[in-house]
Design a protein. Structure first.
Length: 174
């Protein structure tokens, strides 16, 4: 059987039928090792946390933000709120590995918009985060996700004047 060594690109002819599986596993482990050395172990942990988050609460919270965004886009004057809601829906769907930072170029318009947002949709979404966070904190595994839900309450109340950035670059917008 012929296999390829990932590190060198050399083909290996073992001549045995059972060696193909072992060679394939070795190639896979070498590829994973190369990836982990290049990127660190953090991306895999973020991926696992995001998958658990998606299953436990992220999907439902994202649906709430999308519904709020659609309602805001139906009303012409609140289209900026709808855009902000869609942006936060993506963050609520896949939050680990990203964070929010304040935009320093946001002015009084963002402050006035946040007050209007709280009245229209913000308090409903914050209530969704509170209920979901409390429900997740009932279980041991859910406690970190419940705390993450509580940390998302400020952005659900005041999304304007904030930007979502990767945690690798939290000060990229400053």
């Amino acid at each position: 059987m012929i296999g390829a060594d990932v590190g060198t690109g050399i083909e290996i002819n073992t001549g045995r039928a059972g060696a193909t599986a072992r060679t394939g596993r070795r190639v896979f482990y070498q590829a994973v090792t190369i990836f982990l050395r290049a990127h660190g172990r953090l991306p895999i942990m973020k991926f696992i946390l995001n998958i658990l988050w998606l299953v436990l609460s992220g999907f439902w919270l994202a649906i709430g933000y999308v519904i709020a965004g659609i309602v805001c886009c139906i009303l012409i004057i609140t289209i900026p709120f709808g855009i902000a809601s869609f942006r936060i829906a993506g963050y609520a769907l896949w939050p680990f590995g990203r964070t929010t930072v304040e935009r320093h170029d946001a002015g009084a318009g963002s402050a006035i918009g946040n007050v209007i947002w709280i009245i229209l949709a913000g308090w409903w979404l914050a209530l969704g985060h509170i209920v979901t966070g409390l429900a997740l904190c009932v279980t041991i595994i859910g406690i970190p996700f419940g705390i993450a839900n509580f940390k998302m309450i400020p952005i659900s109340l005041m999304p304007l004047g904030r930007e979502i950035v990767p945690t690798d670059h939290p000060f990229a917008t400053r």
